[in-house]
Ligand binder design. Structure first.
Ligand code: MSP
Length: 510
């Protein structure tokens, strides 16, 4: 059985979801839906990242206990993903007892293999990014190179993971698997990063400074570094490790039955290093297999700044959804950002993408269905319907190829092109003229059957991106459900009764 385990990052539970978070999640959902379309058994994981100093401080500012803030935000993310029709199978929270157990079992494995040692760290620390920086990196101004906030000087005992021991093995892995990090520009960045010697990784924080975290199994005065805790979520949700596994059984539950290794981790480029360097080396040290692939997408920017809560320029996907519907938001995100590059959000571009949905796909559906109703009493004619066969075949292949290569925006463009071609076919065939001439009844049957066929194929092609509307369209076509790509090629439509529904993509003011 073809199995796919897909993950989004787990989102910081410090603020509400914005369009940037929605992008990562919609992108992963579209891939998950595509794999299901092709017959794979899919496990799709998302969730919230709830430990760490930033959580502790944000909660304190709001007068809440960290767990109260985490509860609120986990609800907010889960509700947003439901509203955006995200088909996740598991929503993980890092404060769950199961996850805490697995983090401890994972660390215990590293500890018992001699992969962790303690030492004193003295240097600069950024609370916002939850990471240490060197003297050179913070410069004379003592500013975090990432978030530009002032850093703090700290001197404390820390536990370190022997990450530097894995540098060569990691480089070898990346070189042996050219598609392991997609797109290639990001892969090259990581290879560039690995040209410098890799440091060991601090994996703990003293409880005297930070108590909101997973207590280390080998030192009750320290908690696990939030990034290590967070990355392990992917293993927790796979069911690979036993959450009750203490020193006696830091082992597998049932490896054959678990979802590990993940097929694909999806994330933004800002957190690629943690996923492509920290995570695989931790897994190597624990003796566990590596994820099969990593996709790092670009950023949604406003002007020339990353959209971020801390910058105060975020767009709320749920507000857009009020006007344009769930599928309008999903389509914009998928179609407007070339997977891997940055894209700039503007209301004008959003509108233009929505217009494309309405004027090309929506218009085709409404014309074709109206004509079947008008000229054939709503019954799809029993004709070959082969008028667009060549275009259908080439589009199915193109979309498959793009999706398999994780070029989702190209897949969407190819699907939309088929709808555009089908509108051209209507204009060329002029079914309204065929309908006026009784001697052309067979031609009209062929035109209408071809349109029904192409719409059926389009429901399959667009389902991963716009599932709600494609389900509605399939039902307008008289189909019980949206077919798979394979079924769409050969499904017999003659005799089905179509039904005019409400417009698929109404104008926002309607
Ligand atoms: N908690 C960590 C991830 C831990 S995963 C083991 C984290 N969370 S986050 O909430 O800050 O970001 C989660 C995802 O949202 C990342 O993939 C990030 O790139 C994405 N985005 C946040 N802002 C974004 C944009 N403006 N544009 C595109 N994606 C953005 O990092």
């Amino acid at each position: 059985m073809n199995r796919r385990y897909l993950t989004t990052p787990i989102y910081y539970a410090t603020g509400d979801p914005h369009l940037g978070h929605a992008y990562t999640t919609v992108l992963t959902d579209t891939l998950a839906r595509y794999y299901r379309q092709t017959g794979a058994e899919v496990r799709f994981l998302t969730g919230t990242d709830e430990h760490g100093q930033k959580m502790q401080e944000t909660a304190a500012k709001k007068g809440l206990a960290p767990i109260e803030l985490a509860d609120q935000m986990a609800k907010s993310f889960e509700a947003a993903w439901k509203d955006l029709n995200i088909s996740f199978d598991r929503f993980i929270r890092t404060t769950e007892p199961e996850h805490i157990g697995v983090v401890r079992a994972f660390l215990e494995r590293l500890w018992s293999k001699g992969q962790i040692y303690d030492d004193v760290y003295s240097g600069w620390y950024c609370v916002q990014e939850e990471r240490y920086w060197t003297e050179r990196e913070v410069g004379a101004d003592r500013i975090c190179p990432d978030c530009k906030r002032p850093v703090e000087f700290v001197e404390e005992k820390n536990y370190f993971f022997r990450m530097s021991d894995y540098q060569e093995r990691l480089i070898q892995h990346i070189e042996d698997h050219p598609d392991w990090i997609v797109p290639v520009t990001r892969r090259n960045e990581i290879l560039g990063f690995l040209k410098k010697p890799l440091q060991d990784l601090s994996i703990s924080r003293p409880k005297s400074r930070l108590s909101w975290g997973v207590t280390l199994p080998f030192d009750p005065d320290h908690v696990c570094y939030v990034w290590v805790d967070a990355l392990i979520n992917y293993v927790t949700a796979s069911g690979l490790l036993d959450p009750d596994g203490g020193p006696d059984q830091p082992g597998f539950t049932d490896p054959g039955n678990s979802w590990w290794p993940a097929s694909l981790h999806v994330m933004g480029k800002d957190i690629l290093t943690t996923h492509a360097v920290y995570w695989p080396t931790l897994l190597m040290a624990a003796g566990l297999p590596l994820p099969k692939q990593i996709l790092a997408h670009g950023w949604w920017v406003m002007g020339d700044q990353k959209m971020a809560k801390s910058v105060g320029n975020v767009v709320d996907p749920l507000a857009l959804r009020e006007d344009y519907g769930t599928d309008g938001v999903r389509w914009y995100l998928l179609r407007d950002m070339p997977t891997g590059s940055d894209a700039s959000y503007t209301p004008q571009r959003f509108q233009a993408r929505y217009d494309e949905l309405a004027n090309v796909l929506g218009n085709l559906a409404s014309r074709a269905i109206s004509m079947i109703v008008k000229y054939r009493d709503g019954i799809i004619p029993e004709a070959a319907g082969a008028g667009l066969d060549v275009e259908i075949e080439s589009t199915l292949s193109a979309v498959t190829e793009h999706m398999d290569a994780l070029r989702v925006h190209d897949a969407m463009a190819a699907a939309m092109d088929l709808a555009r071609t089908a509108n051209g076919y209507v204009d060329r065939r002029e079914p309204w003229a065929q309908a006026k001439d009784p001697s052309r009844a067979e031609d009209l049957d062929e035109t209408l059957a071809s349109l029904a066929r192409v719409l059926t194929v389009l429901t399959a092609l667009f389902l991963p991106a716009t599932p709600e509307k494609m389900t509605a369209l399939a039902s307008q076509l008289g189909l019980k459900s949206v077919p798979t790509f394979e079924e769409a090629r050969s499904i017999s439509l003659g005799g089905l009764r179509v039904e005019k529904g409400t417009p698929l993509f109404p104008r926002p003011d309607q």
